[in-house]
Design a protein around this ligand. Structure first.
Ligand code: 1SD
Ligand code: ZN
Length: 299
């Protein structure tokens, strides 16, 4: 049911009571210790990670009461290569996690540092499974692309979403998308591929980042990858996570628009004791990586 879990009273530390999978050893998110990442460029960069998302894939914008989400028509979309090898995954939906302030909000952290938000593009393996639901139960069923959000300049494509959010301000509201939103424009890497290692010796921990978020070497398109779970109940351990090393910028104002979404339906009762029922801090804190392998590809 609806109120089985949330990020306040029935928050992440209580999920395990109703969702036993949340206590598993392959949970997400995790803290990415950049020093611990294994540079696996042979295996990963032989087949670069590749994607294709027509702008027409974004169908409707939904407020499920705990984030905003864009539901997609996966036909014509594609994610393959890298850790996914030859399997073809299709885009199901994308959604976002954010904080109450700009200093927190991401689910994954990098060397202990949180970002202001994290965008997730959720895909399912159409080579092996017949539906999203079936794939969500399989260890290699889902692939989520994660993009860190940092506060800076206005993001044009994200602004199309921000401008529509007032129409879905309350839980269960939904609108059809007319002005196409191109998911590939929300990614920090352009050209539809990532992880080609031109300088495979360069580790992220040793990188030189200029103030404009561009690296001083060419292959500024790397990612980290590991095997994990959905970060929301039922926390199925079915996700191959791919996190871009490069972040995107969104403005403080854009994040404030996210922070204005409501957890309760229009006309419903506002839980005024909980920040007036706005959707904030909708992130699960990091869980132990344990003996899982964190791999990296690209700079
Ligand atoms: O948080 C989302 C959740 O909203 C739902 O979309 C689920 C997929 O069914 O995925 C999780 S997450 O792991 O991508 N955060
Ligand atoms: Zn998510």
């Amino acid at each position: 049911g609806r109120n089985d879990w949330d990020y306040t009273r029935n928050g992440p530390s209580t999920w395990v009571e109703r969702f036993p999978m949340a206590a598993g050893s392959r949970q997400s998110p995790v803290n990415i210790e950049t020093d611990r990442a294994e540079s696996d460029h042979e295996a990963l960069s032989n087949k670069p990670l590749r994607w294709k998302y027509p702008a027409s894939a974004s169908k409707k914008l939904v407020n499920p009461g705990y984030c905003w989400r864009i539901d997609c028509d996966g036909d014509g979309t594609l994610l393959t290569g890298g850790p996914l090898m030859d399997d073809i995954y299709k885009l199901e939906q994308y959604h976002c996690h954010w904080g109450c302030s700009d200093s927190r909000g991401s689910e994954h952290t990098v060397d202990g540092q949180a970002f202001a938000g994290e965008l997730h593009l959720v895909h399912w393996n159409t080579t092996k499974y017949r539906s999203f639901g079936e794939a969500a139960k399989a260890p290699d069923g889902l692939a989520v692309l994660g993009v860190f959000l940092k506060v800076g300049k206005t993001h044009e494509e994200m602004d199309k979403i921000a401008r529509m959010l007032p129409y879905v301000s309350h839980r269960d509201e939904m609108i059809e998308i007319d002005d196409p939103i191109d998911p590939s424009k929300l990614l920090p890497v352009r050209g539809g591929r990532a992880g080609r290692c031109i300088n495979p010796c360069m580790r992220w921990a040793d990188r030189i980042i200029r103030p404009d978020n561009k690296c001083d070497f060419q292959d500024d398109n790397g990612y980290w990858t590991y095997l994990g779970s959905l970060t929301t109940p039922p926390c199925n351990e079915s996700v191959t996570w791919v996190l871009f090393k490069k972040y995107i910028e969104v403005s403080h104002h854009q994040l404030n628009i996210f922070r204005n979404l409501r957890k309760f339906p229009r006309g419903g009762e506002c839980p005024c004791h909980e920040n007036h029922g706005v959707v904030i801090n909708n992130f699960r804190p990091p869980l132990p990586l344990g003996n899982r392998v964190l791999r990296e590809c690209g700079s």
